[in-house]
Design a protein around this ligand. Structure first.
Ligand code: ADP
Length: 614
């Protein structure tokens, strides 16, 4: 039993070659037989006929020789007779050696006997002529020789007839053979064609049928019919392939069932977690339609999930400020954005929520879902307010006595109250320096508490960021030169205008450059760079100074956070970056730091630009 596809195809080919060989051999055999028949026809019978015809002529000439002997010239007659006799015997011996037909040998024997008599009679004729004269010899010829001569002629003609008949029979045989061969070849060719066709069609069906099934199966899997089973029961390569295919679909089925099951379990778990979160939370699609809301969200906005699913956010929850925050996040391509929003309930209860918007993006970074969570930060806000009020009060209370201390120290140092010795002078200088620091701290604390409490007054107007940065750089250029630090302005010229409080943004710039100078050393670089992205201008202050440890990067924007171990001389109040962050946030911008220890830091802030008139 042949099991492989290769074996089966070889078998079909061998079968076809065998059929062709049968046709070929049969053709060859028939032609061979035909050739033999024709050969017989040509050699045996034709040779006899030709020899007998010549013998016939020779005997007729012998007859004439006898008549010449009787009536014309005796010697001439004897010569012609002898010569013709030699001829006769020569031709007749050919026939004698070429007996092929039935009855031929009897006749040959008869001729031999009669010819002997014929020759003997010529001798007798000569005696009669010599003794009895011409008339007696003519009578002898008529009575004795003529009957034998006629008999011989008849016998020779009979022999010719037998051979002619045999030749005719051979021709008929050859014809019949030819016809039979033609018919046989025709039949065999027909059978070979039909057999070849049947073999081909049958085996093509047998071989290609399973392959066709396999191809259909693969198409079905491609179309999503993952569990397609192939029904191919051959033992060859196709059968094995089908077996592998079925194993694969089985595994796919198991895999999908297990994945689907675990996915469903995961989904239910996630849903349960989302639903039980105590903070309001909702999920929107990219058209701001509600996909999911949790229980806390239902309670907070007094809505029920079944009524709002599929509805636009504003249709379900009429809160424009939250919606602006969500849509602003998406429009500005932010993946994550937080904003503290004040909400007032009908019973006048004031609440602060940190509304966190996070987007889920597709492969092309386009948002497909938006997750909105609202963390109640009212208590934190209140605590912060208490703290800010406290700091504001303390700072305020510090300010008057501090001013008096500073004034007194100035008066002392100006010798208006008597001359001081060196030690006293040094002490007064220390009081003045520390008083100065304390005064700065109090001013920054007051500024910060004003901003945080929302009491800071911003003077918004269209400003040139180029001008702000240039003025700020000018403030520090001589200090940088003195310290051998390269302060380089790489700002693009003609940046778009921003809607800002000129002085406050300049204060931020001053703070960033002053920090960069504080934490760089002689020979270092400070580069001020800009870039535009969408509707924002980004300004960064890059330095090649000390850098900031990783754990501080986020924290340094908090109040009083300073990197430990820094030179006490250069340390400031630890408030500069907190104030900068408040100012930038109030301008709807962002500020952040990137840094590598001992390599340098980059402080960047972004601000929305005013759209240029076209
Ligand atoms: P300070 O008045 O101490 O500079 P800031 O709020 O401006 O307060 O900065 C907070 C801390 O961040 C600094 O004390 C310093 O340790 C670190 N810092 C700020 N800018 C840089 C900088 N360019 N390079 C290294 N460290 C910096």
């Amino acid at each position: 039993m042949v099991n492989t596809l290769k074996g089966k195809i070889s078998l079909v080919y061998i079968g076809l070659v065998f059929l062709i060989a049968v046709v070929g051999f049969t053709g060859f055999f028939n032609l061979y037989r035909l050739e033999k028949t024709v050969n017989n026809l040509m050699t045996a019978n034709y040779k006899s006929i030709s020899a007998l015809t010549n013998a016939f002529e020779a005997i007729e000439r012998q007859d004439s020789a006898m008549l010449i002997y009787i009536s014309v010239d005796r010697q001439k007659g004897i010569n012609l007779f002898t010569q013709s006799s030699t001829n006769f015997l020569k031709w007749f011996s050919i026939e004698e050696n070429n007996i092929t037909e039935l009855g031929e040998s009897d006749i040959v024997e008869g001729i031999n006997n009669n010819y002997g008599t014929f020759v003997k009679l010529f001798s007798e004729l000569q005696e009669v002529r010599n003794t009895n004269g011409e008339d007696a010899s003519v009578a002898f010829y008529d009575n004795k020789i003529m009957p034998i001569f006629n008999k011989l002629k008849l016998q020779l003609r009979n022999l010719i007839n037998i051979n002619e008949k045999a030749m005719f029979n051979s021709k008929t045989l050859a014809n019949n053979n030819t016809k039979r061969s033609m018919n046989m070849l025709l039949l065999l060719s027909g059978l070979t064609i039909i057999g070849g066709l049947v073999l081909s069609i049958y085996f093509i069906k047998i071989f290609l049928g399973p392959l066709q099934k396999l191809s259909n199966g693969i198409s079905k899997i491609k179309g999503g019919e993952l569990y397609h089973h192939l029904d191919i029961n051959t033992n060859d390569e196709t059968g094995k392939l089908a077996e592998e295919f079925n194993q694969m679909t089985k595994r796919l089925k198991n895999y999908e069932q297990s994945t689907l099951g675990s996915l469903m379990a995961e989904k239910n778990k996630t849903m349960a977690i989302v639903k039980s979160i105590s903070s309001p939370m909702l999920v929107l699609d990219n058209n701001y339609r509600i996909v999911l809301i949790n229980n806390a969200c239902e309670n907070y906005f007094s809505i029920s999930e079944e009524n709002v699913l599929g509805k636009h956010f504003l249709e379900a929850i009429r809160n424009g400020e939250i919606f602006d925050h969500i849509s602003g996040t998406i429009e500005n391509s932010h993946d994550h954005n937080e904003k503290i929003i004040k909400t007032v309930k009908s019973d006048d209860e004031e609440n602060f929520y940190n509304v966190v918007v996070s987007t889920i993006n597709d492969d092309e970074e386009q948002p497909i879902s938006v997750i909105v969570t609202m963390q109640n930060v009212t208590e934190l806000k209140e605590l912060e307010k208490v703290k800010t009020d406290f700091i504001a009060t303390i700072s305020h209370e510090f300010k008057t006595p501090l001013t008096s201390i500073m004034m007194a120290a100035s008066m002392l140092s100006e010798d208006g109250m008597g001359e001081l010795n060196e030690v006293q002078k040094e002490t007064v200088e220390t009081i003045k320096e520390d008083g100065e620091k304390l005064s700065n701290l109090v001013s920054e604390l007051l500024e910060l508490s004003r901003i945080e409490s929302g009491n800071a007054i911003y003077d918004f107007s269209p400003c040139s960021i180029n001008l702000i940065v240039n003025e700020s750089i000018n403030n520090f250029i001589s200090i940088a030169q003195k310290r051998d630090i390269n302060l380089i302005n790489e700002l693009e010229i003609d940046l778009p205008l921003i809607n800002a409080d000129f002085e406050k943004i300049k204060w931020v710039m001053n703070n960033l450059i002053s920090n960069a100078l504080k934490y760089t050393n002689s020979g270092d670089f400070i580069n001020i760079k800009s870039r535009i992205e969408k509707n924002y201008v980004f300004i960064s202050v890059e330095d090649t100074g000390d850098g900031i440890p990783k754990e501080y990067i986020q924290k340094i924007f908090n109040k009083f956070v300073q990197v430990k171990g820094r030179d006490i001389e250069v340390r400031g109040t630890g408030l500069g970056l907190s104030v900068a962050k408040e100012i930038i946030t109030s301008h709807k911008g962002k500020i952040w730091a990137e840094s590598e220890l001992d390599a340098g830091s980059i402080f960047t802030f972004s601000l929305p630009t005013i759209k240029r008139e076209k």
